[in-house]
Structures are given as C-alpha cells and as structure tokens.
Design a protein around this ligand. Structure first.
Ligand SMILES: Cc1cc2nc3c(=O)[nH]c(=O)nc-3n(C[C@H](O)[C@H](O)[C@H](O)COP(=O)(O)OP(=O)(O)OC[C@H]3O[C@@H](n4cnc5c(N)ncnc54)[C@H](O)[C@@H]3O)c2cc1C
Length: 446
C-alpha cells in the first residue's frame, strides 16, 4: 500500500484518569459504572453522540429477550439494572418476563446513570491510537472536533466491540476471514402500522426459534419467535427483490402509536467491520435493502399497507469482528456444559444466538464467565469488555449477547478499580477481592 510520512508531533493531554473506558455499548457502560461505583475516577469516551452502543445506535432494545421461561437463570448486576431503570423511567415495554428498552429514551437513561455514578462523560471522541511505555498501556490518542488529544490513564478498558485499543496496543487478536464472520445489519423502524391486523397475521403464521437456527434443539421448536420471512419471499418471487438478497426479519417491540421501532431484517455477509470501505459499502447497500424491505412489507405483510419508514439506525450493527486472545479462551464446551471457574466474574444462562445456532436458556442451566477472557495477552494496564472478549466462535454466540457484555463489562470495571486500590496489575489482581466487590454490586458469581 502506498504510504505517506507524517511529521512527529506533540499531542496535548486533554484528561488524566484512573480508569478510562473506550466505547459505551452494554460492555463499556457496565465497565464504567462498575469502576466508578468501586470508587475509581472513571472517564467514558465514545465516538458517537450518545452512550449505549448497539442499543442506541442500532435501536436494539431486546437486552434479555431470551428470558422466556421461569427457569431461566440470569446474571443480575448492571444488565438487569438497565432493564429496571428503564422501566422506572418509562423507557421500556414489558414483554413476557423481560423489558424491551425504548432505545431513544435509553439515550437519556444512560446519561442519567453516567451522571449519577460521577463518571466523566466524553462524547464525539474517537480513539485512534495508544500511548505505550514498552508493553504497558499509559493512555490513548483521540481525534475529535477539538483536534488530536491524548488521555492518560492508569487502567484502560477496551469496550469498542472491535478490540480497537487492544489491537493498536499490540495485543494478539484474531479475526475470522470475513466470509465466515456473522452478517452485519442496517436496522429500521416503521410507523403507521395497523397492529391488530399485523398480529392476527403473525398468530396465523407463527414462527419458532427453530425456524432460524440451523443448530437448535427440540425445545426451541416450541418457543415463539418474531422471525418473519414470507413477505420478503413473496417480493422475491414477484421479481421485486433480487433472489440472492437475504431478508428475514425479527421485531422486538411495538407502540400504541402503531410503530414497530426496530425491524432487524437486513443481513449482509462478507463484511469486515474493521474495514472502512466495507462499512461504507454495507451502510449504502443496507439502505437500498431497507427500501426493498419496506416496500415488501407494505405490499405483502397485513397491517403494513399504510406504514411508512420511520427511522434507519444511526449506524449499521456488527455482530462479530476482531477478538482478543486472552489469558483464557472461552469454548463451546464451556458454554454448553455449565463450566465453572475459580475466577468467575458472573454467570450467563446457556443461551446461544449467532452463527445460525439458536439455543434458548429455558432449562436453568448456566455457565460462569471467567475473568481471564477479559485479560489480553502481552499488554499491561488493559482489560477488554463486551463482544471482543476471548473465546471461540460458538462461545461468541453467548458472549456477544448484551447481557453477557454487561457481565464482562462490570467484571472488568471492578477488576480495574480493585487492581488500582491494591497497587497490582490487572493480570495479578486478587480475584477473590474482585468477586467480593462484584457481589456487593449485586452480581451473581456462582
Ligand atoms: C442487528 C443486531 C441485533 C442484535 N440483537 C441482539 C439482541 O436482540 N439481544 C442481544 O442481547 N444482543 C443482540 N445483538 C448483539 C449485541 O447488540 C452486541 O453484541 C453488543 O451490543 C456488543 O456490546 P459491546 O459493548 O461489546 O459493543 P457495542 O454495543 O458495539 O458498543 C461499542 C461502542 O464503542 C464505540 N466505539 C467503537 N470504536 C470506538 C473507538 N475507536 N473510539 C471510541 N468509541 C468507539 C461504538 O460507537 C459503540 O458505542 C445484536 C447485534 C446486532 C448488530
């Protein structure tokens, strides 16, 4: 690749903090809240204009949609707090045993939680480089409307989803070939729907979880799913949508105003979410597909005849990209065999959704989440939270779930704070102390 040489420059330090969290999705928000509540001076830096990551940028409010059975064992901690807090603030819809977050109002819910915890908020700020002292991370370099500035920190938590910080710091990472990565999605919402007519249609044509998971069990065949493909197939048969375009929709919630705020219908493969050319192509191709999808719904989905496109997500959503190689790699075997770990920072039900595997946690089975999947190899002062934690492809279908991202986030945040209190590295932190602090924060460890 052709290269230019940039002149050496001095970069102003805009802030210094104990714990710096980069990225504010479920993983980053939980990390910042966990660290701040443990008493660490915490700064949360986000590249977009609101906190929440996929929740607020891609309009995905179904943080615990898997909780369909009374037997489902859940994590507790900040993820459940998101649901409870949103409910109290009129920012969610109760469906079955879970809350679907109102992803617009959740922007404000997140602001309030950040404010109350005393976290220093920083929006519109992209992290573009790292400040290293040998193998030790001392901070990051950012770009924003204020220019290129550094933030120094005693501990950094990478919650970018793509392990941007870990990768730039030289921590070993892995990324599958892009044709093997999970599809990215451009989500959209519609208004003007006759919900009565739509639900009558859904009830006459029910779908189950087993309809979309190539790998799912007998119990999944009895679990209702919002999976809907018929209107798109009809449009394809009529020659209105190219036959090779993957269109299959899930919807999470609805409002009295005749809206379905989030339709997750556009699935585009062969996209590397760490490649800006791919991102550009997918955003534009995604919007083209949204137009096809809305037209198909209006024509072939009862209740949608007078509907209109209401929103397109502020960003496409990526499900899988770069992951760190950690002190431990979580495996398919761990997730499906109720793994127990001495360094547990929380639990997550036996729930897999991704890479065409659909296993619902209706049995009461769960695994423990080990601290070591948040600890990258070779780089000090750095932890990772959210979907880029260490693990194999099948375990990713569990750890990428928003609730599990809050488990690794809160665990990493508290561990960063405890390591500072005790003056030890993140790698050498006293896990029993971390577990104690997490229990105090309402996390279930075993
Ligand atoms: C379309 C779609 C539907 C999904 N549906 C569900 C569902 O129903 N239930 C569920 O549990 N999970 C679902 N998931 C998965 C889940 O939403 C994600 O895996 C989860 O949000 C990952 O959380 P995270 O905190 O790791 O990253 P993200 O939520 O992606 O947040 C990362 C944050 O970091 C910021 N960031 C990134 N790079 C930088 C940088 N260099 N500098 C500064 N900030 C940066 C981003 O702007 C973002 O705010 C879905 C995912 C997608 C894409």
């Amino acid at each position: 690749m052709k290269q230019i040489e940039e002149p050496a420059r001095r970069t102003p330090v805009m802030a210094e903090t104990d714990v710096l969290v980069i990225g504010s999705g479920p993983g980053g928000l939980a990390a910042a809240l966990g660290a701040a509540r443990q008493g660490a001076k915490t700064l949360l830096a986000e590249r977009f204009g609101c906190f929440g990551g996929v929740i607020t940028q891609v309009m995905v409010g179904t943080i615990a949609w898997y909780r369909t059975s009374e037997k489902t064992v859940d994590a507790g901690g900040i993820g459940v707090e998101f649901e409870e807090r949103a409910k109290r603030m009129g920012a969610s819809q109760t469906i079955n045993r879970y809350e679907v977050l109102d992803t617009e109002k959740f922007k404000y819910v997140a602001d309030e939680m950040v404010r109350e915890a005393g976290i220093v908020p920083l929006l519109h700020t992209s992290t573009v480089d790292v400040v290293m002292d040998g193998r030790t991370l001392r901070g990051v370099v950012t770009e924003s409307k204020s220019g290129r500035q550094a933030i120094l920190a005693k501990r950094v938590i990478d919650a970018t989803g793509d392990a941007d910080v870990a990768f730039r710091a030289g921590a070993p990472c892995r990324k599958d070939p892009k044709h093997e990565l999970e599809a990215v999605s451009v989500n959209f919402g519609c208004s003007g729907i006759d919900l009565r007519a739509f639900f009558e249609y859904i009830l006459k044509n029910p779908s189950s979880i087993a309809d979309w998971g190539d790998r799912s069990g007998a119990k999944e065949a009895h679990e209702f799913s919002t999976y809907m493909v018929e209107p798109f197939d009809k449009a394809k048969r009529a020659g209105e949508i190219p036959p090779d375009v993957r269109l299959e929709s899930y919807w999470g919630s609805f409002t009295d105003a005749g809206e379905i705020p989030n339709l997750n219908a556009i699935h585009m493969s062969d996209i590397d979410a760490t490649d800006v050319w791919d991102l550009t192509r997918a955003e534009m191709e995604g919007r083209q597909r949204v137009m096809w999808a809305v037209d198909a719904l209006k024509k072939y989905a009862p209740g949608f005849q007078r509907a209109r496109l209401r929103t397109i997500g502020a960003s496409l959503g990526a499900r899988e990209s770069r992951k760190i190689l950690g002190e431990y790699e979580l495996t398919e075997h761990d997730v499906l065999n109720q793994a127990r770990f001495a360094d547990s920072i929380g639990i997550f039900p036996e729930f897999l959704d991704g890479n065409r595997i659909a296993i619902m946690p209706s049995t009461g089975r769960y695994f423990q989440v080990p601290y070591r999947i948040t600890v990258p190899q070779q780089v000090e002062n750095l932890l990772v939270a959210g979907r880029c934690v260490a693990g194999d492809k099948v375990s990713h279908a569990a750890t990428r779930q928003m609730m599990c991202c809050t488990v690794t986030g809160q665990g990493a945040g508290v561990a960063a704070a405890v390591s500072l209190e005790d003056g030890v590295s993140c790698r050498a932190v006293d896990v029993a102390r971390v577990q104690h602090a997490l229990r105090d924060q309402g996390v279930r460890i075993d």
